[in-house]
Design a protein around this ligand. Structure first.
Ligand SMILES: [Zn+2]
Ligand SMILES: [Zn+2]
Ligand SMILES: [Zn+2]
Length: 154
């Protein structure tokens, strides 16, 4: 079984556990994100759904579904890029830490990483010292992935 199919099975179980349902449309969007491994916009997902399901799916519906998937911790919203990405921990049993993302600005490949809790605490302290209130410690880093930096070199 592919890892995407496995993640979908876990996602289905998790939704049932939370008293929700992973409907066909919700499943299609999650699968689209799992298969590309990239951060996608609601518009790209709308096109993908149209292809997969053979019926138009307006971006507003896609946004609603993404909100649901986010509430189930199955996808993450990358606020700076205004794109969405599948969580890499769908099939994991451990507690989800604050996610940090490496985002390739060239091809939108995304890697979800965990940084040390102490680093986040330190960051939090700097924010407070500056007189700001930290709303979300999620960090989105502007990067160039290995594939893209290779192409740039040649
Ligand atoms: Zn995650
Ligand atoms: Zn994990
Ligand atoms: Zn790239």
């Amino acid at each position: 079984m592919s890892s995407a199919a496995e993640a979908i099975k876990h996602a289905e179980r998790q939704c049932i556990h939370n008293g929700a349902k992973l409907t066909l449309k919700r499943k299609t969007i999650l699968l689209g994100l799992l298969q590309t491994g990239k951060a996608m916009t609601a518009y790209e997902l709308s096109d993908y759904c149209k292809q997969e399901l053979g019926e138009p799916m307006p971006p507003m519906s896609v946004y609603r579904i993404l909100e649901f998937l986010e509430s189930q911790q199955l996808v993450h919203k990358l606020k700076l890029a205004n794109r969405f990405v599948a969580c890499i921990h769908i099939a994991c049993n451990h507690e989800h830490a604050t996610p940090q993302f490496l985002i390739c600005f060239n091809c939108y490949q995304v890697t979800e990483i965990s940084i040390k809790e102490s680093t986040i605490k330190q960051l939090h302290k700097s924010v407070t010292t500056a007189g700001y209130t930290l709303v979300s410690p999620q960090i989105e880093m502007n990067c160039l992935c290995a594939d893209c930096s290779d192409t740039k070199k040649h």
